[in-house]
Design a protein around this ligand. Structure first.
Ligand code: ADP
Length: 420
């Protein structure tokens, strides 16, 4: 194992896992702190927690449990992954978790770098910018759970954590790896516990990644991890095979679409013109989830075994969705998710092995229903959507949130030999 990542939410974990695989590091993503008897063989293990906005003591406890699991497997370095907009509050959870991980590793110094220039998140003089706008003036100011009202990563980190925080400025990063290492050492000797790393572009992340590639603890967004992965290139097995453990398993497939996004609507329309399809009636989900799920499963299993995977969809246009919501509120959405969960469970028992799921929440419901503890990250189907293969079950999944993929996405998920 080259690195163990402790991520503060599921999509954040998926994000960094994708960056690592794309950088040639074989990666397994685990959901929650894994059981003691689970063993995985991958160069990177990403543990996804739900610790972004829970009480700080819970975030610390979960992060330390993840650390213990990783260290029991001789993991040589730890990466604390948080959002590129530093989603947190005055009391946590980034600072308290970083403090606890440092103590757990008997270390006294680490770096802070949420930058992801490819998505417009840059750091200059220790201030975080979102598409050129200071964090506290960006949309993050009004975030419902973690409103960000300060753009200074130094102040944010000092308010949340025990130590003092310095900055490695962009002009130092421009000078290269030895200059960054010297600046870090200087800050450490001065008694700083944290160093915010300026990063304005991909070149900066590569320099920074090389400079921190062997620190026991690094904290940041997914960009810095990609920089580190490049620095390990000579140590990784075979970068071209990084995604092979996640390649899709053969077998019967189903498409379950619970996303109501514009792109998913277009994808469903394109696909159902050629594939067998079943339109879900939200009212029936509300009335009898179990009976209705059984009916859907029977329909899926009655479709031809070979050819395009059958599609079951709740996806509908915004007007129809508004009407349903006006009548039933959120109950309809929840009932659809529960029905899809029951459908996935029944289909898995009947031998379906490929689950193509549209919708972030819908994916969460299906993954939970299938009882999967984690995935090997496989080849990309579309940017940001890889095939993933369950670590402990014979399933492959394509989990697509809202607007990901292009209009032919569901066709792109078919086994080789089944063309549009
Ligand atoms: P996305 O990634 O596009 O946001 P999600 O699965 O996260 O997709 O969220 C979509 C939500 O909309 C789910 O809770 C789903 O059950 C709900 N939904 C989908 N279709 C309908 C519908 N026809 N009526 C009511 N709710 C729906």
């Amino acid at each position: 194992m080259l690195i163990g990542v402790i991520a503060d939410d599921f999509t954040g974990a998926t994000d960094i896992a994708g960056f690592l695989v794309a950088s040639g590091v074989s990666t397994t993503q685990l959901i929650g702190v894994p059981p003691d008897d689970l063993n995985v063989e991958a160069e990177a293990v990403v543990i996804s927690l739900k610790s972004r906005s829970c009480p700080p003591d819970e975030a610390v406890a979960a992060s330390l449990a993840a650390l213990a699991w990783l260290r029991a497997r001789d993991c040589p370095r730890i990466y604390q992954k948080y959002c590129s907009t530093f989603d947190s509050s005055r009391t946590g959870n980034i600072g308290p978790v970083a403090d606890a991980l440092l103590d757990g590793l008997k270390s006294d110094f680490t770096v802070v770098c949420p930058a992801l220039p490819i998505n417009g998140r840059t750091i200059y003089n220790g201030y975080l910018f979102v598409n050129g706008v200071p964090l506290a003036e960006s949309g993050m100011r009004d975030h419902p759970v973690t409103p960000m009202t300060d753009s200074s990563l130094v102040r944010l980190m000092e308010a949340q954590s025990l130590g003092r925080c310095g900055v490695v400025a962009a002009d130092t990063v421009d000078k290269g790896v030895p200059a960054v290492r010297a600046a870090l050492e200087k800050l450490r000797i001065e008694g700083r516990r944290y160093a915010v790393l300026d990063a304005l572009n991909a070149q900066h992340l590569d320099t920074l990644g090389a400079a921190v590639a062997d620190m026991p603890l690094v904290t940041g967004g997914s960009g810095l991890a990609a920089g580190m992965a490049k620095a390990w290139r000579r140590r990784t097995q075979d970068p071209s095979r990084a995604a092979s453990a996640g390649a899709p398993v053969p077998g019967r497939g189903v498409v379950i679409s619970g996303s109501a996004s514009q792109m998913t609507n277009a994808q469903v329309a394109e696909y159902k013109a050629q594939a067998p399809s079943f339109a879900v009636d939200p009212e029936r989900c509300l009335a009898d989830q179990t009976g209705y799920a059984a009916e859907m499963a029977e329909w899926v299993l009655a479709q031809p075994r070979y050819g395009l995977a059958p599609l079951v969809y709740a996806t509908t246009n915004p007007e129809a969705l508004k009407k349903i919501q006006a009548r039933f509120g959120n109950a309809a959405s929840t009932a659809i998710e529960t029905t899809f969960a029951a459908l996935a469970r029944t289909l898995a028992e009947a031998g379906v092995t490929r689950f193509i799921v549209a919708g972030g929440e819908t994916s969460g419901a299906v993954v939970q229903a299938l009882g999967v503890s984690g995935f090997h990250i496989g080849p990309q189907i579309a940017p940001g959507v890889p095939w993933v293969r369950a670590v402990d079950k014979p399933y492959s999944l394509a989990l697509k949130s809202g607007n990901f993929g292009d209009v032919g996405f569901f066709f792109d998920c078919q086994p080789e030999g089944v063309a549009r």
